[in-house]
Write a protein that binds this ligand. Structure first.
Ligand code: FAD
Ligand code: SF4
Ligand code: SF4
Length: 491
């Protein structure tokens, strides 16, 4: 367990309620305790333990309560951050949670997985004054703390639901976008049914992000809260296959929200990608997380037990795959990424944890082909070294191969984690829903209305692979527009 850096105890802080900004800036950032790397790669339990009560109050006392708080502007759902932090400082956790839940129904999840360093914490005045985002007030960790506190209190108070309107809304997909809309639309008194293709709800929160980053009990609890509000969940329902969107309307639904995500894996189109032992990150993580392959044979789903694993990519999905492979017993896990660490899209915390756990970063390298043995199983991957050239369209420096630097890496498993694209089933079976050239559904940004009357869309199916909080943000916009549409009938 990591030591917490020395700082004033909460009781001491109490005595100094009226700290000057200068005094507040001197309070050290509170670090969450976490499992030691050597211990945690042998289990799937969550890595950090969260703040203690004292730590939360001390961290909260670092906030300067800025009038024009830039942190709020950086949060895609505009949580009143200074207000909830003030409540934590005063020990009023109930009001802290209520403040957050006014705009974010999933704080235990966002507190854990939001890229805070790019969002709320990026503009924090404390971080700016101390010269680094890592020194900002730890908003996400505080959010997680109060959300966990609420869970520890037993059943959450269900929100008030307005009288029944007799209107029905179909939500397709139970990821963060779908769950957000379900809550906001149900509160207005409409009947809500969520249709989910898989046998469990939560989308990527359940099948993609591993248990050691986001315990599944947290997601299931949020779904139970929705059910307690009267939201109906229907599983194993592939819309576009079992029922079309038009059939949902024919069955009496008045509006539909499409939140089917970006679950279509991209491949590199190199030789050997069809060999045994090559996984898309989606398949690998779904087997490991949703189907709990880490407990095989106690659970039904097997997964190759690998010794040497190459993961291709540099985002959160690649980090999750590499860290999962270690926990499944791999001796060497190589993360092959064609750019340098600076350009990695993964969250800093995930990169740091992966390094601590022994993932070997092969930066500025790119796979050229995968080589198999005579039985069709992966044996090696040929890589080439790269250097950074001029910036490309994304503004990042373009990786350029170094001629003659090819070499062979001995591996028995490859995991392709270079990105996902939008799920095509709904657009394919509902031709009057317009999509762009990447297959993302086109919407009016202010309302999330699609080209088809009564159909709204949001989350990764609109944005392409993005983030939990952006999916939720779009869900909130869509829910407000759905409520308006059902109240007025105006499209
Ligand atoms: P999803 O979460 O993808 O949910 C879509 C749901 O729709 C799924 O349950 C799917 O089964 C269902 N569905 C699809 N088609 C149909 C159909 N035809 N009928 C019925 N149901 C259907 N974001 C972060 O902010 N932080 C992170 O740390 C982070 N890590 C990630 C790690 C991984 C491995 C992955 C894959 C993504 C990660 N993301 C992260 C991205 C984030 O999870 C997504 O942006 C977010 O989940 C998108 O939410 P969504 O509701 O749009 O879709
Ligand atoms: Fe920050 Fe995400 Fe919480 Fe908003 S929801 S305050 S971005 S952690
Ligand atoms: Fe507090 Fe930082 Fe937000 Fe200012 S910017 S209110 S210091 S969290």
């Amino acid at each position: 367990m990591k030591e917490v850096p020395a700082g004033p105890a909460a009781a001491e802080m109490e005595e100094k309620k009226n700290l000057t900004p200068k005094e507040r800036l001197q309070i050290p950032t509170q670090v969450m305790r976490e499992q030691e790397p050597g211990e945690r790669i042998r289990n799937v339990k969550e890595v950090p333990f969260g703040y203690t009560d004292d730590q939360a109050k001390i961290e909260a006392s670092r906030c300067l309560q800025c009038k024009k708080a830039p942190c709020v502007a950086g949060c895609p759902v505009s949580i009143d951050i200074p207000a909830f932090i003030k409540y934590i400082h005063e020990g009023d956790y109930k009001n802290a949670v209520h403040t957050i839940k006014n705009t974010n129904i999933l704080p235990a999840i966002c507190g854990r997985v939001c890229p805070q360093e790019e969002q709320c914490q990026k503009g924090c005045v404390v971080g700016k004054s101390l010269g680094g985002t890592d020194k900002a007030v730890q908003i996400g960790k505080l959010e997680r703390f109060v959300a966990d506190w609420e869970m520890s209190q037993g059943k959450a108070d269900p929100p008030a639901i307005k009288p029944a309107t007799g209107k029905r809304v179909a939500i397709v997909g139970s990821g963060p976008a779908g769950l957000t809309v379900a809550a906001d639309v149900r509160r207005e008194g409409h009947e809500v049914t969520v249709f989910e293709a898989l046998h469990k709800p939560g989308g990527v929160l359940i099948y993609g992000i591993p248990e050691f980053r986001l315990p599944k009990a947290i997601v299931m609890r949020e779904v139970e809260n929705l059910k307690a509000m009267g939201v109906e969940m229907k599983y194993n329902m592939v819309i576009g296959n079992i029922h079309s969107v038009d059939e949902l309307f024919a069955a009496g639904y008045d509006a539909a929200f499409v939140a089917t995500g970006a679950g279509l894996p991209m491949f590199m189109r190199i030789d050997g990608e069809n060999l045994n032992g090559v996984y898309s990150a989606n398949e690998f993580l779904t087997r490991a997380n949703l189907m709990k392959a880490y407990s095989f044979p106690a659970t039904d789903t097997p997964i190759a037990r690998s010794k040497n694993v190459a993961v291709f990519g540099g985002g959160n999905v690649a980090m999750d795959s590499a860290r999962t492979a270690l926990r499944l017993g791999a001796e060497n896990v190589y993360l092959v990424y064609r750019r340098s660490k600076t350009e990695m899209p993964a969250r800093i915390e995930e990169v740091h944890h992966a390094e601590q756990e022994g993932v070997q970063f092969l930066l500025l390298q790119n796979p050229l082909r995968i080589v198999g043995d005579d039985k069709g199983w992966v044996k090696q991957v040929e890589c080439i070294k790269m250097e950074l050239g001029e910036p490309d369209d994304s503004g990042r420096r373009r990786p350029v191969p170094i001629e003659g630097s090819e070499y062979m890496l001995e591996v028995d498993t490859c995991i392709v984690a270079i990105g996902n694209s939008s799920n095509p089933l709904i657009p394919d079976t509902t031709p009057d829903i317009e999509t762009n050239k990447w297959g993302n559904i086109i919407v009016q940004e202010a309302t999330m209305k699609t080209s088809k009357k009564g159909v709204f869309a949001g989350g990764d199916i609109v944005l392409g692979a993005a983030t939990v909080i952006l999916a939720m943000g779009q869900g909130r916009i869509a829910a407000a527009a759905i409520n308006e549409y059902l109240a007025t009938g105006k499209w």
